[in-house]
Design a protein around this ligand. Structure first.
Ligand code: ADP
Ligand code: MG
Length: 332
């Protein structure tokens, strides 16, 4: 059975603007971590706010197990939904200590062992008597997570919870978050616009574009078999090669820009090669530019029919103006 079922929800804030969320359906199984990913303004926060009961959908239905939270005739108020919320600004009570913050929610101190476990996992035990302004951003966000999990929510809604943290902190809070979610078997819906962040932590991903659902799948499916150019390009530069240049069974989709079938290939899947083998596509072209990107060089190669972007190691000598042959190293 699904823990969360969303069927055809829509939300338009003002009459003369397109809907923020347009006929979106997906579900979460118990214990799953599902991410909602998409560019800024694609409707991610609006979906979360509708599930939390902070926004009323114009259409559609939201169910938590068999219980309807929203439909044409039903509206369950936010505090009765049993959803925990963590937003990007930590939203701790500034005049309460860490301990007072994490024990604020209803039912949070009914199970002291559970609370103690959370505090230990999140490593915030030594901060109990401090106020939010006396702890760092990463610590504040860990406190916010413990506060949300302390009430044992059926569903935890996280809206870009790590986006205000600097990279090293992000990494450590993310791994603590994952440990907390797994050890408490909490089902979570995780909103982000950072594809790498969501790849590593989700069981499934929901990709949003301009209010509409673009693709749903496991991180592996989304990465290897994107169904549109938008999804492919969420992972960074992607070479969309017209299908007829790549015979065989490579994954392809119709690109809405050109109307043709294209095969998405990543810059790191190409190699400069002296003698290409016959078993995978190769192209010859002139190097337009070489950019030093630190860990690799980004090369733009102009072939007869298209321009390819490829990433090659510094061990491969390559200069603008040279002619090279490149070969596609199959992703699978
Ligand atoms: P995301 O979280 O993906 O960035 P949002 O759900 O916040 O997207 O916003 C989706 C669209 O709805 C955007 O165009 C945004 O400007 C608009 N929007 C969001 N909240 C409101 C609001 N309270 N009133 C009017 N428009 C809004
Ligand atoms: Mg948002």
């Amino acid at each position: 059975m699904n823990l969360l079922t969303i069927q055809g929800i829509s939300k338009q804030y003002t009459v003369n603007t397109p809907p923020a969320v347009d006929d979106v359906s997906f579900d979460c199984k118990p214990g799953e971590i599902v991410s909602i990913i998409g560019r800024s303004g694609s409707g991610k926060t609006t979906i979360l706010r509708m599930i939390a009961g902070l926004e009323i959908p114009d259409k559609g239905q939201i169910k938590l197990y068999e219980k309807k939270l929203n439909s044409a005739s039903v509206f369950v108020s936010p505090e009765k939904r049993n959803c925990g919320l963590v937003f990007q600004d930590y939203a701790l009570f500034p005049n309460k200590t860490v301990y007072q913050n994490i024990t604020f929610g209803k039912g949070s101190i009914d199970d002291p062992e559970h609370l103690e476990h959370l505090v230990e996992m999140a490593d915030i035990g030594s901060l109990a008597d401090r106020f939010p302004h006396e702890i760092s951003g990463g610590e504040q966000q860990r406190v916010a997570l413990v506060r949300a999990l302390a009430t044992c929510p059926k569903l935890l809604l996280l809206d870009e919870p790590l986006s205000h943290l600097d990279p090293e902190l992000k990494e450590s809070v993310r791994s603590k978050l994952l440990t907390l979610l797994h050890s408490t078997k909490t089902t979570a819906l995780y909103v982000s616009h950072d594809i790498e962040e969501t790849m590593t932590m989700s069981d499934r991903m929901v990709v949003m574009r301009r209010g509409r659902l673009e693709q749903v799948g496991t991180p592996d499916e989304i990465y290897k078999r994107p169904s549109t150019a938008y999804v492919a390009q969420l992972f960074g530069k992607t070479n969309l090669i017209p299908r007829h240049f790549i015979p065989g069974h490579a994954h392809a989709f119709t690109d809405d820009m050109c109307g043709h079938e294209v095969v998405p290939t990543r810059p790191h899947q190409w190699m400069i090669i002296e003698k290409p083998s016959a078993d995978s596509p190769s192209f010859r072209g002139r190097v337009q530019s070489v950019l030093n990107c630190g860990a690799y060089q980004e090369v733009a190669l102009e072939t007869k029919d298209f321009t390819l972007t490829l990433h090659v190691t510094h061990k491969t000598p390559v200069r603008a103006g040279e002619t090279h042959t490149v070969q596609w190293i199959f992703p699978e």
